[in-house]
Ligand binder design. Structure first.
Ligand code: FMN
Ligand code: SF4
Ligand code: SF4
Length: 252
């Protein structure tokens, strides 16, 4: 068994690591951008695959990875884990359908509510205590799920036909374009000091530092990792001002 995740602000990393730790203490959990990720997947028949929901879809980097490596999924047993700030009809179903198309068996789907990660939007922002409580509830859910799985019962969050309709009608129909490709809309203001932290963190290697300033290319997957960590708070994407640098470790 192996855990694979994309995580911008740490929520999904925490959830996949906790779930896999409860199921198999010897199993590893790796980020999607790890150098040997495909080899590790090849060597394991069961995969716990996690990512943050974006507009009731999986981030483009996640869908791109699944499609580019379509040969990896034949006969794999996969549990899809989608974390979210509020709502995702079929966050887990979005990748489950793709994996199935490439020959995988879907063990189930898990939706876990976590703190919001959109640092440059006031929408869904909570107090530190409220976010702590959200994480406490998430941890309880993960513990419950791990016990069920040990008894051979897998949760079906987001992989039913009704969930598919809820994700499609509730969000994808209106926001599909947001996740249809990578974006070139990342903004870095002139106050950047060129420290290079964002460039070193980006899972897409989409940021580079030139002449003492950071600049971004057109392959951002909207994970918000750079935005949540820039010491100067000078990076934005969907909004124009950093409201809060959301990060799992601030709330745990
Ligand atoms: C671009 C973007 C879009 C998002 N869209 C949704 C959404 O449609 N529904 C939702 O509940 N949460 C949404 N979120 C919140 C994240 O899914 C949630 O905070 C997630 O746990 C972040 O995980 P991470 O820290 O592993 O990146 C969105 C976050 C981002 C950055
Ligand atoms: S982390 Fe912020 S200050 Fe540092 S290079 Fe990136 S944008 Fe500039
Ligand atoms: S540029 Fe920033 S938000 Fe975009 S993929 Fe890289 S780290 Fe994530």
């Amino acid at each position: 068994m192996i855990g694979i995740y994309l995580s911008g602000t740490g929520n999904t990393k925490h959830c996949v690591e906790k779930l896999i730790g409860l199921l198999d203490k010897t199993a590893a959990a790796l980020p999607l951008e790890a150098a040997d990720v495909t080899r590790q997947i090849k060597n394991n028949d069961t995969v716990i695959f996690g990512y943050p929901t974006q507009f009731s879809n999986a981030p483009h980097m996640v869908r791109d990875f699944i499609k580019r490596n379509s040969f990896l999924w034949e006969n794999k047993k996969i549990l899809c884990v989608a974390t979210m700030g509020a709502f995702s009809g079929d966050g887990a179903g979005c990748t489950a359908r793709l994996f199935k198309k490439y020959g995988a068996t879907i063990l189930g789907g898990v939706h876990i509510k976590m703190p919001d990660s959109v640092c440059d939007s006031k929408l869904l922002k909570k107090s530190i205590e409220q976010n702590r409580e959200i994480i406490r509830q998430a941890d309880k859910k993960i513990e419950r799920i791990a016990e069920q799985i040990k008894h051979g019962k897998y949760p079906k969050d987001g992989i039913t036909w009704i969930a598919h309709m809820a994700g499609f009608l509730g969000q994808r129909l209106w926001f599909y374009k947001k996740t249809a490709g990578y974006t070139d809309k990342l903004k870095i203001s002139a106050d950047c000091t060129g420290c290079g932290l964002c460039a070193s963190l980006c899972p897409m290697k989409n940021i580079y530092v030139k002449n003492g300033k950071a600049d971004a290319g057109g392959r951002c997957t909207m994970c918000y990792r750079c935005i949540s960590r820039c010491p100067q708070k000078v990076i934005t994407l969907l909004g124009d001002e950093v409201v809060e640098q959301c990060r799992y470790e601030k709330y745990c």
